[in-house]
Design a protein. Structure first.
Length: 320
């Protein structure tokens, strides 16, 4: 009897702690910029939610969104705070919990989003997706982590001068040349030119230019999301939610690594230990952005996950 009482007390304390954390981060929410793709027919499946990685924006999903034009579900791609066209807000409130809460706020504010959703997070966005799973598991039909493990990643600490320059970065520029010149303090020329091609740096209707790439947001994301602050404890809690609620959790792993290795095999094993129901799918011909480098295979797998959820719903309905 005593052990049962202790267990019940512990459960209540955990629930109160979770409620406190959620209330605390709701104080400075940001409504995120987004791209919405409506279903080609009346939506019958969960909304698909797409979350980008570091130094990126919702426009990274444009090639994949073309696949969604003929699908029977709605799709929304989001710009995380400080990225793309979403405002940064107070840098002091930039945490993994706040970034996840922004997504929750934006989705629930959108009149056409249907719950539960299938949440896909690429790279750093995969860490955000797991934080979301920890905080808001009731929202989820399935979770996809695209090419990210649980190894803490922290770049070199910026100098005082670099810190000031990052904080002062403005994403608005009078010309393309001005945008490229300022971005060059942190990024290579080929990468910057590529962002112009894929829309992450773009010309606005009034002829000025906007950079969806933000070195200040990059530093904050490194410190708060890619570091060890999204800890094993977050992964373990998320894993318990997935197990208890029967939320499928998929990890997509790129095997054509090139110069970048995002998923360490040892870390993947740790991840499976934390999240017992994690299903790992390898993409032999995909590099880090699987959704672009192995588009057809990526799309087929995501469609399979959505359709499996829909089939499960129909099976449950028939059983009543």
């Amino acid at each position: 009897m005593l052990s049962n009482n202790i267990y019940c007390t512990a459960c209540i304390l955990l629930l109160l702690l979770r409620a406190y954390r959620v209330v605390d981060i709701m104080a400075a929410l940001i409504t995120l910029s987004s791209t919405w793709r409506a279903a080609s027919t009346p939506a019958v499946a969960p909304t698909l939610v797409l979350v980008h990685g570091l130094d990126s924006s919702r426009f990274t999903w444009n090639p994949f969104l073309s696949y969604c034009d003929i699908c029977s579900w709605n799709t929304i791609a989001l710009d995380l705070r400080g990225h793309g066209e979403s405002r940064l807000g107070d840098a002091a409130t930039f945490t993994a919990e706040a970034v996840a809460a922004d997504i929750h706020h934006t989705l629930h504010k959108h009149a056409l989003v249907t719950f539960p959703v299938v949440l896909v997070g690429h790279s750093m966005g995969g860490r955000v997706a797991m934080q979301y799973t920890d905080l808001f598991p009731e929202d989820l039909a399935a979770v996809v982590i695209e090419d990210m493990d649980i190894t803490p990643r922290q770049g070199p600490a910026p100098t005082d001068e670099d810190w000031v320059a990052r904080r002062a970065f403005s994403r608005a520029f009078p010309t393309w040349a001005a945008a490229k010149s300022e971005l060059a303090a942190w990024y290579g020329e080929d990468r910057i030119d590529g962002w112009r091609e894929d829309g992450r740096v773009f010309e606005k209707e009034d002829g000025t230019w906007w950079s969806g790439i933000n070195p200040w947001a990059q530093q904050l994301a490194r410190d708060e999301i890619l570091s060890g602050k999204v800890s094993h404890a977050v992964w373990e809690r998320a894993g318990r939610h997935c197990k208890e609620r029967k939320i499928p959790l998929h990890v997509f792993v790129a095997r054509d690594k090139g110069d970048f290795y995002a998923c360490n095999p040892d870390s993947l094993r740790e991840m499976q230990a934390c999240v017992e129901n994690a299903v790992i799918t390898e993409f032999p011909n995909g590099s880090h952005s699987i959704h672009n480098t192995a588009l057809e295979a990526f799309s087929a797998k995501v469609i399979e996950i959505i359709m499996q959820h829909q089939a499960n719903l129909e099976q449950r309905a028939e059983s009543f």
